[in-house]
Design a binder for this molecule. Sequence first.
Ligand SMILES: Nc1ncnc2c1ncn2[C@@H]1O[C@H](COP(=O)(O)OP(=O)(O)OP(=O)(O)O)[C@@H](O)[C@H]1O
Length: 651
Amino acid sequence: MEMWQNIRIGKVEDEELSEGVFLTWNDLCVSVSISRIGSKNIIEGVTGYARPSELLAVMGPSGSGKSTLLDALAGRLDFSTRQSGDILINGHKQKLSYGTSAYVTQDETLIATLTVKEAVYYSAQLQLPDSMSKSEKIEIAEQTIKDMGLQDAMNTRIGGFGNKGISGGEKRRLSICIEILTRPKLLFLDEPTSGLDSAASYYVMSGISRQRGGRTIIASIHQPSAEVFSLFHSLCILSSGRTVYFGPANAAIEFFRTNGFPCPLLQNPSDHFLKTINKDFDEDIEHGLAGRMPTEEVVDFLINSYKSSEEYLKVQNQVAEICQQGGEILEKRSHANFITQSLVLTRRSSVNMFRDLGYYWMRSVSYVIVALGLGTIYYNVNLCYRSIEERGLMVAFVVSFMTFMTVGGFPSFVEDMKVFQRENLNGHYGSSAFVIGNTVSSMPYLLLISLVPGSIAYFLTGFQPGFEHFIYFALVLFISMMIVESLMTNVAAVVPNFLMGIVVGAGIQGLMILSGGFFQIPNELPKIIWKYPLYYISFHKYAYQGMFKNEFEGLFFTDNVNGINVTISGEDVLREKWQVEMGYSKWVDLAILVVILILYRMVFFLIVKTNEKFVHARKTSTSISSKKSRQIMAKYLPASPLHVDMLTNSS
Ligand SMILES: Nc1ncnc2c1ncn2[C@@H]1O[C@H](COP(=O)(O)OP(=O)(O)OP(=O)(O)O)[C@@H](O)[C@H]1O
């Protein structure tokens, strides 16, 4: 059944509360292979559950496995890890489909140039289905902004490096706001309060807590204040991937007290728990342990004590009960269709490119200055022999360097890729819509650069007159810049690291420029590698040769050699000096450039699609039969008095 009607404003119905998600995990283990060490266990035999309308907090010292547990439960572990144990949703092994769950990561990958309102509106248009009217989507977006207490910052830009925008706490709330637009039944939050002061942490957590109605929330958290701690219903404390405590948050103090670690008066309980189990600073070399029990032993003692406690038995019973009850199989929700998503992404990307000075505007200024430089250095070349060299150098500079300057946009591509990866992983839209949005939005800027700085360089130099010649020149420049942009987006998709990306992108272009047939004429290029295949796959070859043909065909160059006037045709120059392939016209060179551009865009599409497939393959798991469910339950039930009742009832 389509569930969107249930998420309209103010209609969180009782039915939805009862249709909540019960998540259970049994004997969950996650390990990773590390060369030399072998296999390292990150999560070891963890059992627990999360229920609708409740907030489960996962606490533990740094490196205790909180994020890994969340990733495992959300089906987002990377491929370097191995997972065993059972994770069941409403008693079934099933895929967490789009719209049923959301995951808010620690890092805020948001578009810095947008305002809070714009970020949420665009996201609502991307995520909510076309069956909803635009006004309904806006209504949901506004309500969610208010729910997360962001109404006062609605018109403030998000901001980022170098331009201050909303605060860290507001960014965190905005990330959550974007993910809960679809009213997911299951919400994972990885350290929603990290880096925030206690007041901001409380705002964020109370905002999350207010969003509970029928929703199951699991949040990993470092060191909550006492106020924040009071918002938790259940608590899972981990140490080195093992459970120190799982149960009601308010019973944790009693657990520590009965095991000989009472929380001192006026001390924040979470501080006390983490201090008791934090092994990182155990070795006080100068002062020794001063008679204290080593933390390693304390942790082992607490883990064993928990395993033999009534609390652990209750957890096992609760897990078994939830599995026995079963529940609905979660249905995938629909989102905006492909055309809407492509249009919204194009609009959003255009707004970002327009506002981000570094994306195109700064580059345009550099292009104008460089074009003026070129135009004055080669000002008004004439038709003497010397101008053959000058025309050649001018073409080579435009094709090699003016296209190379496109790498200046790499930092912005990297930011775009980060936002895309987050939104794509969370199922907001697919890679095809992103590729279209990114390509179309960049076109007007590149066209402007080809026409304005292009015309300055072209007409100051005094290249071939005539509209057709100039348009050809501008078109080759435009397509070549789009090819370099595509190359850099491909690099950003594979190497999302800013510095490494620039090095790789510049290196590839350097090789292509060298083998393009200008810096060494084609017949002199070493056959292996440089001629075959680099010369033929380098886009520079077609750009050089197209521009050469555009510039030299139809011209005659005259000079006085030993008192005799000698004339040479442009065609001879092309054949003899530049060794241009004359068997086809300049328009074929342009067509080949367009094909290369399409190929580069397809490669980008394949990279992101493959990445998407890998990630989603991890999320997909086959449904298991109820028989298998019972086998799993039977494995955990022997100790449970409830077990007998349940098995009797089920049979
Ligand atoms: N893919 C991996 N390869 C190797 N080690 C990993 C991998 N993923 C996690 N680990 C290790 O597992 C341990 C737990 O990591 P995790 O990020 O889950 O801890 P955490 O409790 O969330 O830490 P923090 O609070 O500092 O974010 C760490 O020691 C980490 O280095």
